[in-house]
Write a protein that binds this ligand. Sequence first.
Ligand SMILES: Nc1ncnc2c1ncn2[C@@H]1O[C@H](COP(=O)(O)OP(=O)(O)OP(=O)(O)O)[C@@H](O)[C@H]1O
Length: 194
Amino acid sequence: MSDECVRVAVRIRPLLPKEVLYHHKVCVRVVPQTAQVMLGEDRLFSFDHAFGPSASQDEVYESCVHRLVESLVDGDNATVFCYGQTGSGKTYTLGGPLLHTVVEGIIDRVAQDLFLFLADKRKQSDGVDVTVKVTYMELYREELRDLLELQTIQKELSIREDKRGNTGNQCLSTFTFFFFLNVNKNVENIHSPT
Ligand SMILES: Nc1ncnc2c1ncn2[C@@H]1O[C@H](COP(=O)(O)OP(=O)(O)OP(=O)(O)O)[C@@H](O)[C@H]1O
């Protein structure tokens, strides 16, 4: 894992069919073999990664996120943050079959890899208990929504910092996955939404 705390990637999405229909023009391109993008004719911007319109979900995930999941299992914290104007491709990049695209995005791949890495850890060390908790929250126009609690989606939530400096919200619904490794038996998996 590199020592840099923050890495920035840019992804240029292809024109949408309706944009092609209305003769929209592409004004930004990745400079080949670099992590730079050229805006117009002469404005060059550098990033840690630059992906053009033909980049696959897999390429984006493997270059930017895979190693973070690996280090997460080793005890590091990691955040993946998508930023961009409306329609730029944040949901597509993050999402999976339920969110827009048939090709899995970052969230699905993180979930898959996380459990694969945890299974490896369990094989390596006896007597490990692991709990994975998942919350899903949207922050939109200063309003927070619990996306796992559809009945009360508008419920007022707030983000707080606890005494130890951990930031979160205690009221969010949580999916919890428990794993038990018994030294003498095979691994048992219990999946229990709470
Ligand atoms: N890399 C891509 N390849 C093909 N289509 C893409 C790509 N990125 C985005 N799209 C398409 O572009 C459209 C807009 O993308 P998306 O909804 O992900 O944008 P967004 O940034 O999440 O927008 P908003 O902020 O409004 O929710 C969608 O139809 C999506 O399928």
